[in-house]
Design a protein around this ligand. Structure first.
Ligand code: HXC
Length: 255
């Protein structure tokens, strides 16, 4: 692939956005390659978790402005511009964003499509679309508001200002902040840990947590309980609990 580097380490796939000349601006080629990677690793039984990262300077500086600038309304609407990125949001296996440097506009939105974000202390998040005469278009107004609340989301989207890693952690946008030099190792270790667990269980956690954004509490609790019940049909539940009782490490079959 040209704009995406892919490698696997054990049960983890590491995907690195690779358009250094444009600070990993998200163009249609990159979207296509990322979709392909999602399809490949999403169906590969040997992969249990995925880490998505960029470069030291930029996770991604947004949608590619040079590609977008000449677009017109009818074309954008008919093509349903940017719908293709939903392949990332709908990935069923755990997906961690490892963010160093700029995560702006579509870059911030791409990171938010992942299940959680681990940030380097150099990370900067922002939705600067307003400075270009547009608004977030890959879910920013929705996911950022759910992550950090109305006040911060309005501030970020209306002023276009950036949030540093410390503010992002305080606000709930990222799960942890680590020194930049430790970013990939930390994200890979988290992914390896996840990939070692029972895959139906990790997938169900993801499905259940994500339902919070789509439903009310009563329906969400019922859904979670039904998934919970279903895990008692798996060998991994028997093994996981037996291992605890027998004081040994679990050996999950459905990894
Ligand atoms: C296209 C981009 C780009 C982008 C940077 N580049 N961001 N190209 N689209 N989003 C290119 C620059 O044109 C430049 O190319 C090269 O990358 C290096 O960028 P510089 O600006 O020279 O770097 P620097 O001075 O360090 O500034 C970094 C920066 C700045 C603060 C991140 O590049 C910047 O403000 N970028 C735009 C950020 C933005 O507005 N993002 C939102 C995009 S809209 P050349 O060829 O000149 O060397 C968006 C909409 C989402 O994401 C809605 C739906 C997807």
């Amino acid at each position: 692939m040209k704009t995406l580097k892919t490698e696997t380490r054990g049960r983890v796939a590491l995907l690195t956005l690779n358009r250094p000349e444009a600070l990993n601006a998200l163009n249609s080629e990159l979207m296509g390659e990322l979709r392909e990677a999602m399809a490949t690793y999403g169906t590969d039984d040997r992969i249990g978790a995925i880490v998505l990262t960029g470069s030291e300077k930029a996770f991604a500086a947004g949608a590619d402005i040079k590609e977008m600038q000449p677009r017109d309304y009818v074309g954008a609407y008919v093509e349903d511009l940017f719908e293709g990125w939903s392949a990332v949001a709908s990935m069923r296996k755990p997906l961690i964003a490892a963010v160093s440097g700029y995560a702006l506009g579509g870059g911030c939105e791409l990171a938010m499509m992942c299940d959680f974000i681990i940030a380097a202390d150099t990370a900067k998040f922002g939705q600067p679309e307003i400075t270009l005469g547009i608004i977030p278009g890959m879910g920013g107004s929705q996911r950022l508001t759910r992550a950090v609340g109305k006040a911060k989301a309005m501030d970020m989207c209306l002023t276009g200002r950036m949030m540093d890693a410390a503010e992002a952690e305080r606000s709930g946008l990222v799960s942890r902040v680590v020194p930049a030099a430790d970013l990939i190792a930390t994200a890979m270790a988290a992914a390896e840990k996840i990939a070692g667990f029972s895959m139906p269980a990790t997938m169900m956690i993801k499905e259940s947590v994500n339902l919070v954004d789509e439903t009310g509490l009563a329906e969400g609790l019922r859904f979670e309980r039904r998934l919970f019940h279903s895990l008692f049909a798996t060998e991994d539940q028997k093994e996981g609990m037996a291992a605890f009782i027998e004081k040994r490490k679990a050996s999950f079959k459905h990894r």
